[in-house]
Design a protein around this ligand. Sequence first.
Ligand SMILES: Nc1ncnc2c1ncn2[C@@H]1O[C@H](COP(=O)(O)OP(=O)(O)OP(=O)(O)O)[C@@H](O)[C@H]1O
Length: 595
Amino acid sequence: MKDQNVKQKSPVSWIMTFAGRYKKLYTTSVAAAAAGVVCGVIPYFIMGDVIHRLVEGNRNWQDYLTSGIWMAVFWTLRIICHSVSTTCSHKATFHVLGELRRQLCDKLSKVPLGYVKDMPSGSLKNIMMERTDSIETTLAHILPEFTANILAPVLVFLYMLTIDWKMALISLITLPLGMLCYCLMMIGYEENYRNVVTKTKTLNDTAVEYINGIEVIKAFGKAKSSYERFVKAAKEGASCYVEWMRKCDIPFSLAMTLTPCTALTVLPFGGYFVMRGSLAPEDFVMIVLLSVGLVQPLITCMSYSDDIGKLKTIIGEVTGVLTQEELIRPETDRKEPEDYSVVLENVRFGYHEKEVLHGISMKIESGTMAALVGPSGSGKSTIAKLIASLWDVKDGSIRIGGVNIKDLSLEEYNRKVAYVSQDNYLFDDTIRENIRMGREGASDAEVEEVARRSGCHDFIMQLENGYDTVVGSSGGHLSGGERQRIAIARAMLKDAPIIILDEATAYTDPENEALIQASVARLVRGKTLIVIAHRLSTVSDADRIFVIEDGRVNASGTHKELLKENDLYRRMWEAHISVKDTAGSSRMEGGSRNA
Ligand SMILES: Nc1ncnc2c1ncn2[C@@H]1O[C@H](COP(=O)(O)OP(=O)(O)OP(=O)(O)O)[C@@H](O)[C@H]1O
C-alpha cells in the first residue's frame, strides 16, 4: 500500500485499506446485518396481517399460532444474523488494528530518526496504543450497525406507505426538528474534538515526562513545579471537555426529546382520519406501532456521528505518521560496494531549518581507523549519524565502497554498519538476549565469547544471575559504563565491516576505557572503524584524525601531523593533557593522603 493513498479517505475506505484479505468479513458482516434487518421487519408484516384477521373476526387459533411461530422464527433468524454480523466485523476489526499497528511500527523504522526523536515521548505510544484501541468499538460496529439502523426504518417507512401514505409522512413531521437540533449541536464538532485531543495529548506527554524525568525532578527539587504542570494540564483537559459538553446540553436534549415524538402527530391525525372514516382502525393501530419503531434506529445512527468524528480525528493522526517522508532507499541494493571505505562529498545537513554541517568532505580508507574530534557542538555526532543512515543528507553524498548509500537497501546497510552511541538502548530483557540482538541466532557460547573479548564478562559474572540478569527498563539496573560495554559487545557480535563508536565509552572510567579500547582494537582488526571521543589520547593512534569545527573539516591527518600543523588540534591536545595531569596529580595527592 502506498502511504499517500491513505490520505484524505473516508472512514469506510480507510478501514478497507487496512482490512486486506479480511475485507470479505466486513462484506459478510454488512450482508448479515441487512438480512437481520429484513428478518426483524417481517414480523411487523405478520403482525399487521394478524390485526387484520382479528378485526375481520377470524377465530381460527391455529392461524394465529402459525403466525406466532413464523414471527418467532424470523426474530430468531434476526438474532443469528446479528451475531454473525458482529462476529465477522469484530474479527475483521482486530485484523485492521493489528495491521494498523504493524504499519505504524514499520513506518517508524523507515522515517528519519529525527522525526521520532522530535515527537514528545508519550505521543507516538499514545497513537499506537490508546488512540488506536479507542476506535475498536467504532470500527467493529459502524458498518453492520449503520447498515441495520438505516435500512430498518427505510423498510418500515416503505411498509407504512403501503398502509397509508399520508400517515406515513405525518409520522415523520418531528424528525426534521430533531435533526435540526442535532445539527446545531454538531456545529464546531471537529474543532472541539481536536481541542480535547490536543489537551489530552498534552496531559499524556506531561505525565510521561514527569515519570521519565523523575530522577532530575527529585535531584533538583522540582517535584512541586512538575506536579503543578501535570495538574494544570489535567485541569485544562477536563475544563475544555466540560465546556464543550455544556454547549451541547440544550440542543442535545431537544433533539433527543423531539425526534422520537411520532405519537405527537400520529395520534391526533390518525384519530381524526379514523373518525372521518378515511383510515381503517386496524391500519391506525399498525401505523402507531410502526411509527414507534421508525425513529429509534435513526437516533442510534445520529449517536454514531460522535464516533465518526472521533474516528476521523484518529485517522488524521495515524495518517499523519504513515505519510511521513521516509529515508529514500531501494528495497534491494542497486550496486555492491567494492570495499568498506567511507567517503563524504560536500555533505550539507541541518536539523529543521538550521544548517549544522556546511559541506563536509572526508575519505576514510577501507579497514582503517578514523577519528572525529572537535569542540562540543561542532557536528561530530551528526556526521556519525548520517554515516549510520539515521538521517538523510540534505545535499552532497555519502559513499560506501564507491556506492551512494541511497542506492543500498536499509536492511543490507544495517548489516554493514554497527553504530554504538553514548546512549545505546538496552531492552528490558536479560544481558544475554540484549547482546544476542547484535546477531539473531548467535549461540550462548558466541554471546559469552564476544562478551569476554569486549571486556564485560567479569562484571556480568559478578551480577546475581550472570548472563541471565534482567537489565530493567532501558537498562536501568546497570551503570552507565556497564550499559555501554554491553552495547559494544552487541555491536561486536554483529560483526559488521563498518563500526561507528560515538562516545561509546564516555561513561567509562579511564582504566576501563583503556581496557575496552584494547579489546575493541583486537575485535575490529581489518574493519573500518570510525570513532568519536573527547579523550584525545584514546584516538591518537588512529590512521586519520578529522578535526571538525563549526560544521566543517578544519584539518585532517595523523596525530603527529596535526600536532605539528593544526592550531585547534594542538590546543585541544594540550587542554586534554593538562586535564589528565591535573586528574593524575590529584589522584596521587589523594593516594598519598590516604597512605
Ligand atoms: N536532534 C537535534 N535537533 C536539533 N538540533 C540538533 C539536534 N542534534 C544536534 N543538534 C545541533 O546540531 C549541532 C551539532 O550537534 P552534534 O551533536 O553533532 O555535535 P557534537 O560535535 O557531536 O557535540 P558533542 O561533542 O557535544 O556531542 C549542535 O548545534 C546541536 O545543538
